[in-house]
Design a protein around this ligand. Structure first.
Ligand SMILES: [Mg+2]
Length: 196
């Protein structure tokens, strides 16, 4: 069966800590990846939110352009894109569309439909697209999407290691994601829609 797979971008396709050296330099900090235990960067850096927003306003586009791709994401996204419908659903603002599509092109990532919601609330879009599996790194999004009855794969990051609820499976890399989707699809094809 051809699945509808919704995929977040930042921290899910991008390497989740690539921005650290740039932010460390700008704010004169020395935060290590394992210390990124909160989603909000200003909290990680222990700086006022306004200071981070000013930094993001100045360097946000450059940061997104320089984002690194997670290991194996390119190959696995290409495979998934051949077999299924891939939708990219991001909280990025609409004005980042060009930056985002150019980054996809530069990194040879397959083009799927792209939705820049400008909000972390992704449930309505996922439902509208008849999403079978949602791949995400932000804990609160995972809880919200799974709470609406959809299945979520939460890709492990230091900042999302919190208790999960039914409907969320923690995965550690893109190989795990591929394996899960393959098995999920076999179960669906056999007519079993409930998975443990
Ligand atoms: Mg994300």
């Amino acid at each position: 069966m051809k699945l509808n797979i919704c995929i977040d971008i930042d921290g899910t396709i991008t390497e989740p800590y690539y921005w650290l050296p740039i932010a460390n330099e700008y704010f004169d900090k020395n935060i290590k990846p394992h210390e990124v235990n909160q989603y909000e960067i200003y909290e990680v850096l222990n700086i006022p939110r306004e200071d981070y927003l000013s930094f993001y306003k100045l360097y946000g586009e450059q940061l997104h352009s320089k984002a690194e791709v997670r290991e194996d994401a390119r190959q696995i996204l290409s495979k998934l894109n051949q077999l299924h419908n891939v939708f990219y659903i991001t909280a990025r603002e609409a004005k980042l569309e060009k930056t985002t599509t150019e980054w996809f092109d530069r990194n040879n990532l397959p083009k799927g439909e792209l939705y820049l919601l400008g909000s972390h609330y992704k449930v309505d879009k996922a439902k509208e697209l008849n999403c079978n599996i949602f791949i995400e790194d932000r804990y609160e999004n995972a809880i919200q999407v799974a709470g609406s009855g959809l299945h979520v794969l939460l890709i492990d990051c230091y900042y999302n290691r919190k208790p999960l609820i039914p409907g969320i499976t923690r995965v550690f890399n893109w190989k795990d994601i591929y394996k899960f989707i393959k098995e999920f699809n076999i179960i669906i094809d056999e007519g079993v829609t409930e998975i443990a």
